[in-house]
Design a protein around this ligand. Structure first.
Ligand code: SF4
Length: 417
């Protein structure tokens, strides 16, 4: 009998048994009642000494929605608990710890803009999250109580995007953009849509995972007016895909907002091929494309949650061929200090000579691939038609194309001409 994919409803956290269902299903209530202090955590979990001691750690905020806390069991090795529970180990440097592992401060031309790649940038619209994940990569910014940008910082960010006419994609990030009110979030999206060259808006959020009641019909019906909007979700474990999360994701996809998932491989949480396949297949079934499987960044306080590159490569190799290509996330590592992403693909090549390459596939089958000779390779006749667009993309960050023919045209305008 083939196994059926299962999606269970999230239990109500015992701490909140007396709560009205309407309150529990309100995202504002979830945030107002988030667990922050040791005393609040103690009512939901039996804290080990090493966990209790971590509450004195002022390095990184501690907060979890009652909904997300209810997904964790009291077992110290429970995967969800490991994501949300502070540990004394966060204060210890064992291998490598960086406050800004992605070197974002070197690509920070305006207080709320991170501009690393040519034609796309991050707009940090809040530093607030409803849950502070212990492995967070952006601890240099998140949870510093800055929330929505000050009026001048916000305008500065918009001006930067407006002036840099090569920017095609704006990724709303933070913190979690979906912790902003509908009104604020829609204003940001509306303001971005006034900028002609912005083609794609992405919203990076963990709210469908940690507070799925945030995704309401009224919000998505407004957001879809400003598409194309892509959602970059952040599920790490199949236990996070509850009925509530599934309903939230369906609302997004049904309303024309494509969803992608970026997971982080975490030691003792999800670093096994069986767990990654379970997560990926469920996501794919919900029409969420498993996009990235990240090596955890060496952010401060994360040594105990990071797994090794070797472990990640083995997971990828185990999945390769067994999991469909659609369900397979790309294994990727962000090179510390801002070197960008490096992706891994298992190497099945065993031999190479001139135009012949030999392979042994994941299933043990070996064969040669014989290429046409280099002298027979020619480029398409219409390359010149796309050259200006390609040059503008490569130079987008330098802004050196401003006076060029392509400079002020977004892709949308070009295809509608
Ligand atoms: S939701 Fe994202 S930004 Fe916020 S703490 Fe978690 S990983 Fe960091």
């Amino acid at each position: 009998m083939p196994m059926k994919l299962t999606f269970n409803p999230a239990p109500i956290n015992p701490l909140f048994y007396e709560t009205q269902v309407s309150d529990w299903n309100s995202w504002n209530w979830q945030i107002r009642n988030a667990l922050k202090t040791k005393e609040q955590f103690e009512k939901a979990f039996t804290l080990k000494d090493s966990e209790a001691a971590a509450f004195d750690n002022k390095n990184f905020q501690i907060q979890v929605t009652p909904y997300y806390a209810s997904l964790a069991s009291d077992h110290p090795e429970d995967p969800i608990r490991k994501i949300l529970m502070p540990q004394e180990k966060e204060l210890k440097v064992t291998y490598q710890q960086m406050l800004d592992p992605l070197g974002e401060k070197n690509n920070n031309p305006s207080p709320r803009i991170i501009h690393r790649y040519p034609d796309r940038l991050l707009f940090l619209v809040t530093d607030y999250c409803s849950v502070y994940c212990r492995y967070c990569t952006r601890k240099h910014f998140t949870g510093k109580e800055q929330v929505f940008p000050k009026a001048d910082e916000y305008q500065d960010g918009l001006d930067y995007i407006r002036k840099h006419t090569g920017i095609r994609e704006v990724i709303l990030s933070g913190g979690d953009p979906l912790t902003l009110s509908d009104q604020r979030l829609l204003q940001v999206v509306k303001d971005l849509r006034q900028i002609e060259h912005v083609e794609i808006i992405r919203i990076g959020t963990r709210m469908p995972v940690v507070c799925p009641m945030r995704i309401s019909e009224s919000l998505v019906s407004e957001l879809k007016k400003y598409g194309p909007i892509y959602f970059m979700l952040h599920f790490n474990h199949p236990k996070e895909i509850t009925k509530e999360a599934r309903d939230a994701v369906s609302l997004l996809v049904d309303n024309g907002m494509p969803c992608f998932n970026q997971m982080v491989l975490l030691n003792g949480v999800n670093n096994d091929a069986s767990i990654v396949q379970a997560l990926s297949r469920r996501l794919l079934y919900l029409r969420v494309k498993p996009y990235y499987m990240f090596q955890c960044d060496p952010s401060e306080g994360t040594d105990h949650l990071r797994t090794s590159v070797e472990d990640s490569l083995q997971i990828q190799k185990d999945l390769w061929g067994n999991l469909s290509g659609l369900a397979m996330p790309n294994l990727s590592l962000d090179i510390p200090n801002g070197g960008g992403k490096t992706s891994y693909v298992p190497n099945f090549e065993t031999f190479k000579d001139n135009n012949i390459r030999s392979y042994v596939g994941w299933d043990g089958i070996s064969a040669d691939y014989i290429s046409p000779l280099a002298s027979e390779i020619k480029k398409p006749i219409d390359v010149s038609e796309y050259q200006a667009e390609w040059d503008s993309l490569k130079n987008a960050k330098l802004n050196s194309f401003q006076s060029g023919e392509f400079s002020d045209k977004g892709f949308q305008e070009i295809i509608s001409e």
